[in-house]
Design a protein around this ligand. Structure first.
Ligand SMILES: Cc1cc2nc3c(=O)[nH]c(=O)nc-3n(C[C@H](O)[C@H](O)[C@H](O)COP(=O)(O)OP(=O)(O)OC[C@H]3O[C@@H](n4cnc5c(N)ncnc54)[C@H](O)[C@@H]3O)c2cc1C
Length: 277
């Protein structure tokens, strides 16, 4: 299939991109890496009148250390993270996650912001960034607001962005030396989107225990305080893993098929075991 005809503008600044999004005469849509939007255009699932290319916007390509972590612009690509061409505050977690996304050709073009805004519950960044405590900068060219990454998706493929708003970038806090991290995803074939994924961040010193379950039918389930999934006895987190509590959580998210429950439970357990290894 070929896309329906559209106009195309390569925005030079964030303000220009936002102004184009606000244009009332055409249904305008941003394009970053095009790795999700491209197929949607070809299948005519999306038929915007105007594509606003944001990959040349300097503000969206920013990547810098901050006093308490890093700031990454929305158009930083998965490959730039994988190759360590942007600063990292997580001891290599970001690069390892980026390297497991799809194929290198997808990673060369796909961006952090595009992945979050597309909102595929099986995407890696929608699962990992909330767990790491990322805070998004949302901009409409006139004002900026902050949003925890875990609050972005109202539902699968439904980012909580008002008309004219775009993701400009994200702040990621530096992890403390005591922080333990685990990530596990189950894919049928390498390069395919996951059928189940889980990320765990445990920092006993700072009293942080976050868990995100991805690849659900709905938006990822980001728990800022996941202590209810772990019992109290046992010093290692993996010994305290409470399968019944996890099953109850899955059921509350509408996952009652025993095979799906087993898959998500095992994937979370493996993420927890990695955090304790
Ligand atoms: C074969 C294949 C396999 C894949 N496998 C995986 C995988 O294993 N894991 C994974 O995580 N992903 C996977 N993906 C998706 C990939 O990571 C994409 O890069 C990502 O979903 C979209 O990023 P993009 O920059 O290409 O966005 P685009 O396709 O350009 O845009 C996607 C959507 O986001 C909007 N958008 C883009 N940027 C912004 C912004 N800054 N603010 C607001 N809205 C914005 C666009 O308007 C569009 O609606 C795969 C893709 C393909 C083609």
């Amino acid at each position: 299939m070929k896309p329906a005809p559209f106009e195309y503008v390569r925005a030079a600044s964030l303000d220009e991109a936002a102004a184009l999004l606000r244009r009332g005469d055409l249904d305008a849509r941003l394009i970053a890496g095009g790795q999700s939007l491209g197929p949607m255009l070809n299948l005519r699932l999306a038929q915007p009148g105007l594509l606003v290319d944001i990959t040349g916007v300097p503000e969206l390509l920013a990547a810098e250390r901050t006093a308490d972590g890093v700031y990454l612009g929305a158009c930083v690509t998965h490959a730039n993270v994988e190759d360590g061409r942007v600063p990292d505050a997580t001891g290599g977690i970001l690069a390892r996650v980026a390297g497991g996304i799809a194929y290198r050709a997808v990673r060369n073009r796909g961006t952090l912001g595009g992945s979050l805004a597309h909102g595929d519950p099986a995407g890696d960044w929608p699962c990992v960034l909330p767990t790491l405590g990322a805070v998004l900068q949302i901009d409409d060219g006139r004002s900026t607001r902050e949003l925890p990454a875990g609050a972005l998706l109202r539902a699968a493929f439904e980012p909580a962005l008002a008309p004219g708003e775009l993701i400009a970038g994200m702040r990621l806090p530096t992890l403390s030396p005591a922080a333990r991290w685990g990530y596990y995803k189950h894919c049928r074939k390498p390069g395919e989107l996951a059928e189940a994924m889980a990320a765990v961040l445990w920092d006993p010193e700072r009293d942080i225990l976050r868990v995100t379950l991805g690849a659900l039918d709905d938006a990822p389930c980001a728990l800022d305080d996941a202590s209810a999934l772990f019992g109290r006895s046992g010093s290692r987190l993996s010994d305290r893993f409470d399968s019944d509590a996890v099953d109850a959580l899955l059921q509350s998210r509408g996952i009652d098929d025993p095979i799906a429950q087993q898959m998500h439970r095992v994937v979370l357990r493996r993420a927890v075991e990695r955090a304790c290894a």
